[in-house]
Design a protein around this ligand. Sequence first.
Ligand code: GLA
Length: 745
Amino acid sequence: MRKVMMMTIMAALTGWTVAATIENDFLLQTKNTTMAFHKSGDTWLMVHYGSKIDKADDVNALAWNGWVGGNFFGHRKPATYSVYGSDNDRSTMNKFGGLAVIHADGVTSTELVATGAKTEEDKPGVTHLVLELKDSVYPFFVTQHFRAVEASDVVETWVEIRHDESAPVKLMRMDSVALVFPLLAKEYYLLSLTGQWASEGQLAEAPVALGQTVSMTSRSGVRSAFGDNPSFMLSVGEKATETAGRVIGAALAWSGAWNIAVQHDYVDALAINLGPDTGNGAYTLDAGKKLTTPKTALTYSASGKGQISRNLHRWARDHQLRDGHMLRPVLLNSWEGAYFDFNEKTLTDMMDGVKELGGEMFVVDDGWFAKGKYARDDDKRGLGDWVLNDKKLPKGLGALADEAKTRGLKFGIWVEPEMANTTSELVDAHPDWVLREKTRPLRQGRGGTQVVLDMTNPALRDNIYGQMDAMVTSIPGLAYIKWDANADFMNAGSTYLGADRQPNLWFDYTTGLYDLLGRLHAKYPDIIMKACSSGGGHMDYGFLRYADEFWTSDNTDARQRVFIQWGAGHFYPACAMAAHVTVSPNEQTHRTTPLKFRFDVAMSGRLGFELHPKKMAAEEISFAKKAVADYKRLRPVIQQGDLYRLVSPWEQNYASLMYVNDDKSKAVVFLYGLNRGIMSDYPAPLMVQGLDAGKRYRVTEINKEKRDHSRIGGQTLGGAALMSMGVPVKLVGDYDSAVFELVAE
Ligand code: GLA
């Protein structure tokens, strides 16, 4: 015990990980939380996950000790990794659990015993706990990782599974997280994001009632964040608010199919499972091979949901996003401004336009590639052939990149490497590289011809890597790639995998994709990557390991973006949330909104454009130029600051959120009026948060047209007063909005 305490103290003092062996107790500490481990017999238990505790003895005295619970479910031990078959108490067998194995000899149970525990060297500020587990009978091994990130109160956790049995084993379930918490509270509320194309990020929240298991799942195979997003916030006890209540937050870093389940069993115990989904069968794991499950980021807040978001955002910027601290450029993406209908002049005109607005990058979207009969002039052909569409762009992409450079702009392009059209040279030459079921007609998606390529096949990956590499090399200075993926598994079969391995497709597709992304990342570390999948289908931390940002939604209607971005921001940070100003009436919803409203909404994320600037009126251009210049000044606070959600659009007919930088010297407050009721329905003062009570802030309204939206614009007021009395604001009519900059003096 003394040794453990010494280690904990040393780790706390130095902030460095101490590599050491662990015996019976371990407190995995972050700034404000403790995940406590205790060995009972030969099982590692997680005896606490919550607010910080310094003494293992205190935890053990208060934790589960076997007598809570009636029978059956209640006897489940809070094992760090709950598996099907493991010993519970009093001779019951755990038939749940996140790992379910059929061993080589047909036995279906697994009983993991602890064989070792240690902390490993890691980055400063990170404590990495490793638990070694082995089946009591079989040469079947699980290594469980818990990587605690001090500054953001996040614990990353995952497992590695391997075996030396005489034949392959079948993994029916292989979760990253399979935790059991006995009787923490009598109520649990689950918040998650749902939605589909053009409606991502919709909030859903409901109790997980006594006796219920609530599950979320994605079986797209590709668009992992459509339907449900692989993340949740769980209120433990009363339903948490933004600022109060106990909450466990989780996000599974996986871009393929997945399952999440929260079980509130009949003795009020709680089980949490997150992991990849294997479609309709078991994953076959060969002896000697190691399967690493995707990691899950867990976080805990004793003060509501807002803190869960801030923890995940900080962790993402510090540890998960590709370049989380880089300030993202203001860019114009050609899609909504031109669709497939462009030539060199259209694009250079757009470059002139974005340059004039003060933008920093120009991105050519879909339509620049494939030749001859497969030239990409619509969505019916060409995917898979990553060569120049020389009919459309005879001078080539290198020349376009030069055009951008002469205007002081960076240059980017769109690709969709996981996909092909059956109308492509690629599929003509390699029909077996397409996901298909050998006896069934091929189902084809977008354009009537789109199919998914078999990422499990190394030959296909090499081909796509080669094509991408050649393309990047042909565009000197290429700075940005928008990686799109516009289909689900429509034909869940692989020619590459054997008949007995077809279910492996669901997992191996995604590891294959990561292999490809990893190779490209290693060769081109400086190219910014955007994750897109029919809009927000890759709003997941798996893809965001390889990407700097995601396309939040194809829905660019600013009113609907207030909701979509509100939802996305629960789990994903503003620096990664691409938000583009588009034309009005909006292309998707035909809604008309003021340009100011569209700017005010897009400026709360990574600002960009998706329009043809030449079609903007002179007064729109002058408004936009000023807004872009202001955004560049505010961008460090918005993209790198802490988010506070002040008023939910789901609860009021207006919404408000704000960002505060780390030293609390600067803040930006956004206010969005939606469809406003009667004139006298004034917004309440905005109860700003996160300021320094002792500092004085000068309040300036940004993007102001004629009217003031607050009577304190231009004044310098105390942080304490602003936080306790609120910022008085006024909105008039529908889609009126305001942005305030607060700067400490
Ligand atoms: C998807 C993306 C869009 C655009 C089109 C191009 O729908 O989400 O942003 O890139 O594909 O085909």
